[in-house]
Design a protein. Structure first.
Length: 321
């Protein structure tokens, strides 16, 4: 059996941070509301492109794995904020990291994108099609933010996280996964005036992220919990077997609700939404890196991860470290 072991990891978080108090100077909000309703205290805003964030994270991951770009067979970039649509943004990352022989492709499953990409790259390694992949999630969510609207201005941030996967006989990497998409209500979370459906001969308004927060909140909790249960059941994992939970970081209260449903203790849950806000596909990739840095993920740890996003896409993954 071939496995896709995670041999390297890295992140790129922009140095410029905007605190809740600073946001309060541009829209009618306050630190108390934002912190208690979302858990967010600060978010990063990038002055460089999505491709550059992805490049930095990928270079860190390659250095961590001790391999060079030219040894990589595939670069999969999860993003819903691509630098360019044509050519794809992954091709720029491929070039920047020197992965000249690698296939390069963007994956858009919004906030679930990193787990979708991890599944795709793992499947290709397990099928023997490729030996090494860089899976990177990068977002410049603040590009879509309407800073005049308080409901969205407070929630999002920019950043990137990456992993290197390598074929291995050691049972590790993605061991169980489930992805899906409940498309009926896809309009409750979308970006306006973007894509080839818009009439390019008519003036259009700005592209901005619109969402029904309460509805998404409920669906995110239910969707991620059910997906986790399903993956755990198939992998025959008991609750005690889970060492770390890495949920998508969209709202601290969503994370706490999932934690309660799964009955997982605080010390096993990775939370960094306070520092970065919602970086969409990048939240789990960044949180994974930080959980390793903080010693929360130890060798052979069993990690459950879950995501929910526009589509409405969802995903759960069981990763053995
Ligand atoms: N500051 C102060 N007041 C605010 C703010 C703000 N930034 N935003 C909204 N309010 C007000 C509203 O106007 C409303 O006032 P009213 O009662 O006088 O009408 C009140 O706060 C409550 O608004 P709700 O939208 O009901 O607040 P809620 O507790 O649902 O929190 C939130 C909103 C944070 C968006 C929450 O619903 C949420 O986290 N939803 C899920 C996450 C989400 O939608 N993310 C979008 C990306 S998708 C993803 O990542 C899965």
């Amino acid at each position: 059996m071939i496995y896709a072991k995670i041999t390297g990891w890295g992140k790129a978080v922009p140095p410029a941070a905007i605190s809740n108090d600073e946001i309060s100077t541009i829209v009618d909000t306050n630190d108390e509301w934002i912190a208690t309703r979302t858990g967010i205290r600060s978010r990063r805003v990038s002055h460089v492109s999505t491709a550059e964030l992805a490049t930095i994270a990928s270079k860190h991951a390659l250095a961590c794995a001790g391999i060079e770009g030219k040894e990589v067979d595939l670069v999969l970039l999860a993003t819903c904020t691509p630098s360019t649509m044509v050519a794809n943004t992954a091709s720029l990352v491929q070039k920047n990291i020197g992965a000249t022989g690698a296939a390069a492709c963007d994956t858009n499953a919004a906030c679930s994108g990193f787990l979708y990409a991890l599944q795709n790259a793992t499947a290709q390694i397990q099928a023997g099609m490729i030996k090494r992949a860089v899976v990177v999630a990068a977002e410049r969510m603040t590009w879509y933010v309407n800073w005049a609207k308080r409901d969205s201005a407070v929630l999002f941030g920019d950043g990137a996280g990456a992993v290197v996967l390598e074929a291995s006989s050691e049972p590790s990497g993605l061991m169980g996964t489930k992805t899906g998409c409940d498309t009926e209500d896809r309009d409750i979370l979308h970006i306006t005036n973007y894509g080839s459906d818009i009439d390019k001969y008519k003036p259009v308004g700005p592209s901005e992220l619109l969402f029904e927060g309460r509805e998404i909140f409920k669906r995110a909790v239910t969707g991620m919990s059910i997906a986790c249960d399903d993956v755990m059941q198939k992998a025959q994992l008991e609750l005690d077997d889970i060492d770390v939970l890495i949920p998508h970081q969209a709202n601290l209260r969503i994370i706490q609700a999932i934690q309660k449903k799964l009955d997982i203790s605080d010390d096993k849950v990775m939370v960094n939404i306070d520092q970065y806000g919602n970086t969409s596909a990048a939240t789990i990739a960044i949180a994974l890196c930080e959980a390793v840095e903080q010693g929360l993920i130890k060798p052979n740890a069993n990690i459950m991860s879950a995501a929910f996003g526009a589509g409405l896409t969802w995903a759960a993954s069981y990763i053995r470290w």
